[in-house]
Design a protein around this ligand. Structure first.
Ligand code: ZN
Ligand code: ZN
Length: 290
């Protein structure tokens, strides 16, 4: 088995180091210190021990040394998180469960494919946004569901979907930085042409309508601006669905052509069989001043 797909002894040891409540508390307290003072986050050992709430200096020092160099750095002014320590805290606070279920909730906007209301729902760690026939799916961490309105949740989740999908289109897994293989699956008559990407290292996989890839390409953003679509808020959701429902032409086996249209203009993308963008043709009719 290739080394990149197996767990080294060192990785196993480091994961085992995290299986202790005191050590996780140390990382969380150091993260609080980073939040309070990002430019000077280090804490002395006695201060850190007091904040974690451990009375015995010997026991605390043992746990701290177990984390040293990997998850915690010792500096002249005390202890601070390493970048890997920050990653661990991020994983812990993002939540390791699936989060609460959200029943279908209307967002007050209509589907660009069929004019039915767009709804948001969440179950089993996946968010679904759209109508019954045209929708986007995105796995999310429970932390995203906290203290967000349905509108904010939808816009933030779709932005995350677009960023992660673009990273995979460019061959880099947003979860593990491993290599992603990309393909376009052609129409079998019942399902739309889709973009698919899989990470060689962690198995992260996405399947999206091809036009979703194009929602935040520069030419699309220019068309959205000319069409008075505000991509910083909820309109990003309907703009992305507009891409998702855009028809795909396949003039040859290695060419896929997608056109996103508004009343103001259109932008046509030509992509190869690996979703590389070969050509962009844009036509925008700007309003003539009186
Ligand atoms: Zn629809
Ligand atoms: Zn990966």
């Amino acid at each position: 088995m290739p080394s990149s797909k197996s767990i080294s002894g060192q990785t196993q040891q480091r994961l085992e180091l995290l299986g202790d409540r005191t050590r996780l508390e140390i990382l969380l307290v150091l993260a609080q210190s980073h939040r309070r003072d990002p430019l000077s986050p280090s804490l002395s050992e006695p201060d850190l021990r007091r904040r974690v709430g451990v009375a015995d200096p010997g026991s605390f020092g043992y746990h701290l040394q177990q984390l040293a160099d990997t998850f915690v750095d010792e500096t002249d002014s005390g202890y601070r998180l390493t970048p890997l320590g920050t990653d661990v805290v991020g994983t812990v606070v993002a939540g390791l469960g699936q989060g609460p279920t959200i029943e279908p909730t209307p967002l007050g906007i209509d589907c660009p494919g069929c004019d039915r209301p767009i709804q948001l729902s969440h179950a089993d760690g996946r968010l679904q946004i759209g109508c019954a026939d045209h929708h986007l799916n995105h796995p999310i961490r429970p932390n995203l569901l906290r203290e967000r309105s349905p509108h904010d949740l939808a816009a933030t989740a779709v932005l995350g979907l677009l960023q992660e999908t673009e990273s995979m289109r460019r061959g880099c897994c947003p979860h593990c930085a491993g290599h992603c293989a990309t393909t376009i699956e052609s129409d079998d008559g019942d399902t739309p042409i889709t973009f698919e990407a899989s990470c060689d290292c962690c198995g992260n996989h996405t399947t999206q309508p091809l036009g979703v890839l194009l929602a935040r390409q520069p030419a699309s953003i220019a068309l959205a601006e000319a069409s008075a679509v505000d991509l910083t808020g909820l309109e990003l959701v309907s703009w992305t669905l507009r891409g998702a429902v855009a028809p795909v032409q396949t003039p040859s086996t290695d060419r896929n052509v997608v056109t996103i249209e508004t009343e103001t203009g259109a932008v046509t993308f030509t992509l190869d069989e690996n979703a590389r963008i070969l050509d962009v043709d844009s036509s925008v009719c700007r309003a003539t001043p009186n």
